[in-house]
Write a protein that binds this ligand. Structure first.
Ligand code: PHE
Length: 452
């Protein structure tokens, strides 16, 4: 056995893995990004397309990433190298590693705002959100602090700390969200918000809706950059990958829907527009907190838990490049964590300054730098990575190898559903070889304006 392989951890239990992977999936993507992307793309119509993307594209795709990870027990680059050494396919792994660093760079900026809001809610005269995010030193300081937290956790090793903390804190986040939903839906005028979120207006579905929904689904489920390959590599052969993935996807989707239920009723009750973009959560929620007893305490608790949810995601974003450099380049883990963290901070600075601090960063081809990063790495790169990985797993590694791996620990996978003449594995293979790549490809073409 190699020296590196001995150090490879395993999740302590199936539940431990579900919490860690759900911790990666559940984060700002659900509570900050989902509501504003839904708001910008027509509400309920978007939600419907989103749910279809999760069930039909993302879930089969998640099985595939996990299968590759568990089979090879490697990071994204190492996994592909193990199957097809010295091939161009390794570039997909490299793209995933880079995507991790770039997503971390803008994600940490927003996570920094979240962290700042824990304290801001106690101020008697807080600066408005737009002013807050335009103050250069505050945002850079908060971003640096958040990256530092991430580095410190990954530095010490992820396994025990994260697993244990996630198990305690995720349920707490859940309870707080339920409380806030109750407040939100009982405000006068809340029903318009419920309607916006739950009653689809099909005329609002366009090509753009599909891109936004697919991009959001990949982002929210941490897919397309090899995170699930990396986390899957720590799984034991006895674990049931299928049910684990179902849990992760369901929990993640549930939290996104809860976030919508929390935001939109309050938003409409307060008479605000749903398409406020990235500022949505930071403007609407504090206003709601002002209207409830002990609102600043509840609000602070909420932003604290949101920061923690963001932290379990930033940890996973940092873990992918770190795992790559340690496994493949034989760097020392502790040194690697600092180097990648510092690099991410450097990349984060233009995003941090793009929200009003430095004028020209606020408009680069019609988007501010942070939104541009989110579009390039959070939407395009994840979808592109997802496309290449489905092709790789479906056609190069091969669906039969992947299905063998998935059947370990799951008898269900090889069985025939409802007495049909084909097995679940065969249905899955059809999705991975045809449905997923074709759908993702069409959505990507649409980004480049192929359909006008
Ligand atoms: N899924 C995380 C969220 O929704 C973000 C993320 C994307 C984390 C990709 C890891 C990999 O907040």
């Amino acid at each position: 056995m190699q020296a590196g392989a001995e150090q490879r951890g395993q999740w302590s239990s199936k539940i431990g893995f579900i919490f860690a992977a759900a911790g990666s999936a559940i984060g700002l993507g659900n509570i900050w990004r989902f509501p504003y992307v839904a708001g910008e793309n027509g509400g309920a119509a978007f939600v419907l397309v989103y749910l279809a993307c999760v069930a039909l594209i993302c879930l089969p795709y998640m099985f595939a990433e996990l299968a590759l990870g568990r089979n090879t027990e490697k990071n994204p680059v190492g996994a592909i190298r193990a199957i097809t050494p010295r091939s161009l396919w390794i570039a997909i792994g490299i793209l995933g590693v880079l995507t991790g660093v770039f997503i971390l760079s803008f994600y940490a900026v927003v996570a920094g705002w979240t962290f700042g809001y824990i304290f801001k809610l106690f101020l008697t005269e807080p600066t408005p959100f737009t002013e807050f995010i335009a103050s250069p030193w505050t945002v850079i300081g908060l971003t640096a602090l958040f990256i530092l937290f991430t580095v410190l956790v990954v530095y010490g090793g992820v396994s025990n700390g994260i697993e244990r903390w996630s198990k305690l804190l995720m349920p707490l986040l859940f309870i707080l969200m339920i409380l806030l939903i109750i407040r939100s839906v009982t405000l006068t005028g809340a029903s318009a918000g419920l309607e916006f979120l739950l009653k689809p207006d099909f005329s609002k579905i366009t090509g753009k809706t599909f891109l936004a929904a697919l991009g959001q689904a990949f982002f929210s489920l941490s897919l397309g950059m090899g995170l699930m390959i990396t986390y899957g590599s720590y799984l034991s052969k006895k674990d049931n990958v299928i049910t684990s993935a179902l849990w992760i996807a369901s929990l993640d989707t549930l939290v996104a829907m809860l976030a919508g239920l929390m935001i939109f009723p309050a938003l409409f009750a307060l008479g605000k527009a749903p398409d406020a973009g990235p500022a949505l959560v930071f403007i609407v929620l504090p206003e709601m907190f002002r209207e409830i007893p002990l609102g600043n305490l509840i609000g602070a608790a909420f932003f604290l838990l949101l920061s923690i949810a963001a932290l379990t995601s930033t940890i996973s974003l940092l873990e992918v490049p770190v795992a790559y450099l340690v496994d493949e380049k034989r760097w020392k883990r502790k040194y690697t964590v600092w180097v990648v963290g510092a690099f991410a901070l450097l990349l984060a600075i233009p995003s941090a300054l793009s929200q009003g601090a430095v004028g020209w960063l606020g408009n680069i081809g019609g988007r501010d730098f942070l939104s541009l990063m989110s579009f390039l790495w959070g939407d395009i790169s994840l979808a592109l990575g997802g496309l290449l990985l489905t092709i790789y797993i479906g056609w190069v590694w091969g669906v039969s190898n992947a299905a063998e791996e998935l059947a370990k620990g799951s008898t269900f996978f090889k069985s025939r559903p409802f007495g049909l003449p084909f097995t679940n594995a065969q249905i899955w293979a059809f999705f991975i070889r045809y449905v997923c790549p074709v759908f993702i490809f069409v959505v990507l073409l649409n980004v480049f304006g192929v359909f006008g």
